[in-house]
Design a protein around this ligand. Sequence first.
Ligand code: ARG
Length: 496
Amino acid sequence: MSEKEDILRRGRLAAKAEEVNVFTSSLQADRWIFPADLLVDRAHTVMLAKQGIISKTDAAAILKALAAIEKEGVDAVNIPAFEDVHMAIESKLIKAVGENAGGRMHSGRSRNDEVATCIRIAAREELLGLMADLLELRAALLDIAMGHTDTIMPGFTHLQHAQPTTLAHHMLAHVSALDRDFERLIDAWKFVNICPLGSAAFASTGYPLDREYTAQLLGFDRPMDNSMDGVAARDFILDLTSRLAIIEVDLSRLADELVLWSTSEFGFVELSDTYASTSSIMPQKKNPDVLELVRGRSGTVIGHMAAAFTIVKGLPYSYNSDLQEVTPNLLRAFEITRSSVRIMAGAVQTMTIKKDELARKSTTGFTTATEIADTIVRATGLPFRTAHGIVGRLARGSGDPSLQDVDSASMEMIGKKVSAMGLTAKLLAEAKDPAANVERRSITGGPAKAMVRKKIAAERKRLSSDIALKSSLGKGIDTAYAGLQKAADGLTGKRK
Ligand code: ARG
């Protein structure tokens, strides 16, 4: 590009050195916002014509050229040759229709409000995509829960065997976390979906722009209130990356469990071959590397969140080029989170669950001790703390105490036999049965089958209402874009 052709710098500055060009380029994020930029260009042009700021003929020429640029796609726009995607598109447009028409598109606009609008549009798309991905994962975990309301397993605290539960109950714990993650995305929408366009450089403009109209054409809830805030605000990115980091942490914890569960020490699950790899030296190995990378990438997303916060925190209002550096962190955080959610859904859908091993290990480590103490309390009227002491003594033994064992422990502890106070062999046997342990825990949130089934039913309802919620957000955007297309077609004569 010759200096004359550089529509951005030609009036003011000489050409940049190549290294400077590369250094200031926002290429990666610019490819991401390319479709959004065309929408913004289109909406702005339609509005300029409606307001009589540019002629309908010029608007029509611009809109036709934009349609052609869209059709050719991002690869046909030589972004690296320009400062950014906005300049690349505008230059291509001017080349196509001449400066007399094309040179009017940027009236009353700055790249500052333009880019802020584009990022919000692109983020909105990613949000919808991530919502869909999360719905899939929730459904996959819910499927496992439905099939395993009777699958007894040990539950852990401090990674030590603690009490028996069911795989359904365990999976529902993760589902609950993902429910909240989804809700956080829905909540994020309102902070993203406000429109900076018309803020121009920061002080708005003297052209009579109709900001409500462009906001509506682009599917936003409303224009942003303050034009300086419009170009300077990136708290929506801090908000989104935080929410993504939370999702990543939730995924990482699930991944970490499955890594453990697939070891020979646990042997609770076997991953399908697709989600495993082997070793270059140890031919027997089946490594859960996909899950390890899900776990690892959560660190990267937390890093992107931290980067975004750190870049924004010291910036004076309004626009500074530092803000350009924030955008790729959002993009990468979305990419990683979305792929991780999908990978996780695939891994859990295809893993083999080893029910027998789960059941066999459900009593290892004397997991029924709490229930034995509770049973002593119910049968004898002793305080829980006393029963806890008696069973604590038993924990030094085999983990499978007889009534005599309990009696001798209680003799040591309180000088009385619990069998003389109401504890029977039958009650003790029931307390030692892991399935009975689970069945007893039937209060709200507990693992008993009836409660878990109730929870599963509620989760299925929640899942379908969340599906509807997500699709209504998507439909709102689609309807707005259809309106934008109609308005553009009205000007280009595609529609009378
Ligand atoms: N590429 C820029 C960004 O991502 C667009 C805005 C540039 N504005 C400016 N005044 N240099 O933020």
